[in-house]
Design a binder for this molecule. Sequence first.
Ligand code: URA
Length: 243
Amino acid sequence: MTDNQGVRLQKVLADAGIGSRRHCEQLIGEGRVTVNGEKVFRFGERVDPERDVIHVDGRRVETRSEMRYYAVNKPRGVVSTMSDDKGRKSLADFVDVPERLFHVGRLDTDTEGLILLTNDGELAHRLMHPSYGVPKTYLAEIHGPIPRDLGRRLRAGVTLEDGFAKADRFRVYDQVGRRVLVEITLHEGRKHIVRRMLKHVGFPVQQLARIQFGPIKLGQLRPGTVRALNVVEIGELYKAVGL
Ligand code: URA
């Protein structure tokens, strides 16, 4: 990009939410910013925010003005689509944004929790593709008591009707009487996978919620509400799928 075209790098970084322009100048001066893979030290550098690929500390900064990234907490009873021709409640009933978005994967209608929405096709494709193995974490309510070796069995893997499935992590999250909440992390997305795995080991799921997708946490987001991801979260999503 020639000297008088484009936008100054520190402004692009500040506009993307990295921090004040002064802070962004500091990052540039410290050699922490790359543009199209090249380290930039000059404050006056101009870039094209729609085309140039910018990283800070190795994390991609989304600078394209049209790109949107949201997290929604899908309530139970809502289908995981942006519209439903049978008139059932869908994600569009909760997400009131002007852009045409797609959902990154699905949850069962009776599962609640985190679904990412974006118009960034390449990112969405990679997040869903099994080859990137993006981990997803769920809280499942089951009836206890549970045996001590349940986690070990799930981490070792079980053979379901469509093949082998294993948990990456498993822990008891909470226990009140016979109601046991377990946290389970897997990096695959076959249909009803958590329900099928837990049923297979003798503990059918009573309630299920997804609380994390890759680096993005559901946090305090209430069911039926949506929030825009911040620049750090977007950078972490890119990183999770090698972009
Ligand atoms: N596993 C399930 O069983 N259901 C979901 O909705 C997601 C993962």
